[in-house]
Every structure is written in C-alpha cells, then in structure tokens.
Design a protein around this ligand. Structure first.
Ligand code: BV8
Length: 249
C-alpha cells in the first residue's frame, strides 16, 4: 500500500471511491481535531490534563465518583457545543450525497457529522448530547438544576451521558448495521481513528475479508496502516476535500 504525501491522492483510490456502489466510512476522534476537539490520545487540557480518558469513560469510574465523570462530560459537551463541523466533516456529507449506497459509522459522540449534514449514520458509542437514567436507561431531557449529579425523577438513580463506556456493550442495532455495511461495502474509508478500540477496530478487517478496498486517512501510522489498500497520510480536513476534488478529475 503506497503511503502518500499531502499533495497526491492515488488515482486508483479516487477511482475505487468514485466507482463504489456502496461506500462505508468509519470515523474516530481524529476527524474532529480540526474542530478543536481533543482526541482521546492527545493530552487533555486544563483541569482534565491529569486524567486518562480511558479511566474516566468506565462504569467503575462513574460508580466511584459520579460527579467527577458527570463534570468531565459537561466540560466536553460545552466544548462540542462551541465547536463547528470542519471541512473533513463536510466532505463526508458530500460523499453521502454523491454515493448511491452509503453508511457513515462513527465512534465519535460529538454529533458533528449530523450537524455537517450526514443522515445515513450510526453512532457506535452513543451521543454526548443525550442523557439517560443510569438504572432504567430511559432518556431524560430535563432535570432539576443542581451542583451535584442530577437524579432520575422516577427512580432517584444518578443520570449519566448516553454514551458507551469501556466494558459496556455497544447498541445492538448500531453494531449490526456497521458489521453488515463492512461485509457488503465496495470501499471502506477509515478516517481519524487509532484503530485500537474494539469492536469498531475489527470493521476494516471484516470489510477487507469480504473483498472491500480499505482506504485509511490519518496523519500518523496506526495498526491498520500495514494492511490498508491505501494510506493517505495527512489531516482529514485537508485530505478529504482533496479526495472530493480528485473524484471530479
Ligand atoms: C465492548 C464513548 C464487549 C465514551 C468510547 C478485544 C476485543 C474486544 C473488546 C476488547 C478487546 N480488548 C479490550 C476490549 C474492550 C474495549 C477495548 O477495545 N479496549 C481497547 C482500549 C483495547 N472495548 C470495549 O469496552 C467496548 N465494549 O467491547 O463490549 C465487552 C464487554 C465487557 C468486557 C469486554 C468486552 C466499548 C468501547 C467503546 C468505549 N467508548 N467512547 C466517550 O467518548 O467518552 S471509545 C473512545 O475512545 C472514543 O469513542 C473513541 O472511539 C476511542 C478512541 O478511539 P479513536 O476514535 O480512534 O481516537 P484516538 O484518540 O484513539 O485516535 C485518534 C486518531 O486520530 C489517531 O490515530 C490520530 O493519529 C488521528 N488524528 C489526529 N489528528 C487527525 C487525525 N486523523 C485525521 N485528521 C486529523 N487532523
């Protein structure tokens, strides 16, 4: 697989995407970097710098210190609500408009793909904008303002973000749709993920085993880089618009 510099999009990669009857896209935190949202791997900023996100995004962390976890999500929600979709998000919305069959599979919880215009998408890890009862699982849209963790009005359990934490099962429907797309797509475009979090990280090998062409977009090498058919080494906000331009040639 040819590793490419910023100024070349391989003709064959562009051709594969242009000719794809069914294009699937898998995104990770990297696609939101150019919207100002830190990835899980980047050091967190400010008061959260001393915390490892993978230690906070767990049921055990929430059970141990619900307020710490609730406040961490409130800080991220604020960051996300101030952020705007970037050129990479907009390019993926354009790909949906251009492709007969399309599915966007995102690991991100920031909602920026939907704000950029994608509609055919599954959110494997939930959404930071939704809140649910930690006991009943019901989605809650209003709660009493409090300096502590708000409690469920019907059962009194603490509320929590409606995201999938480590060691939690993914929403069945979303994972099934993602695996179905991996097995049937012609091309899987993998953008901005370290390809280390399962079961999402298994999707590219499932797609390749079913005969799909796998194209990776990432400024850094990942465990996927060695097996991807094409690796476009650069930031999503630059490479994806260049890919759209290459589709026009
Ligand atoms: C589960 C929501 C069953 C919360 C998240 C082996 C097999 C199967 C499972 C496991 C296994 N080993 C361990 C597990 C369990 C675990 C797992 O995979 N652990 C990892 C650490 C090994 N998986 C789970 O627990 C999953 N559930 O398997 O259930 C089960 C049940 C019980 C016991 C065991 C299994 C649940 C996983 C979901 C966790 N929740 N998010 C929240 O967001 O707060 S995951 C979270 O981390 C994010 O959602 C994100 O998906 C993930 C980080 O991954 P990335 O998105 O890739 O982001 P990252 O920061 O890592 O990388 C960013 C990339 O962007 C980098 O490559 C960088 O180079 C690139 N980049 C930077 N700038 C740019 C860029 N790219 C493009 N443009 C740029 N400008």
């Amino acid at each position: 697989m040819p590793e490419l510099t910023l100024n070349t999009i391989p003709i064959k990669a562009a051709q594969a995407i242009r000719q794809a009857g069914f294009l699937a896209v898998l995104t990770g935190a990297g696609i939101s970097v150019e919207s100002g949202i830190p990835t899980f791997r980047d050091a967190q900023t400010g008061l959260w710098a001393k915390f490892d996100p993978r230690e906070l995004a767990t049921p055990a962390a929430f059970a141990r210190n619900p307020k710490l976890v609730w406040d961490w999500y409130a800080w991220r929600r604020e960051l996300v609500n101030r952020a705007k979709p970037n050129a990479g998000h907009r390019a993926i919305a354009e790909l949906e408009r251009r492709t007969p069959r399309f599915l966007l599979i995102t690991q991100n919880v920031d909602g920026l793909h939907r704000r950029a215009g994608n509609r055919k998408l599954v959110e494997l890890h939930g959404s930071i904008d939704r809140v649910k009862c930690s006991r009943e699982g019901t989605i809650v849209t209003h709660w009493q303002p409090t300096d502590n963790v708000p409690l469920c009005a019907s059962c009194g359990a603490p509320l929590r973000p409606d995201v999938v934490w480590f060691e939690e099962m993914l929403p069945g429907g979303a994972l099934t749709a993602a695996e179905e797309a991996a097995r049937h797509c012609d091309v899987l475009l993998v953008v901005g993920t370290s390809a280390e979090v399962y079961p999402a990280a298994a999707l590219p090998s499932q797609a390749q085993a079913a005969g799909a062409t796998v194209v990776e977009i990432n400024p850094n090498r990942t465990p996927l880089s060695a097996s991807a058919d094409y690796t476009l080494r650069g930031p999503a906000g630059w490479v994806l618009p260049a890919l759209i331009a290459a589709l026009e040639r």
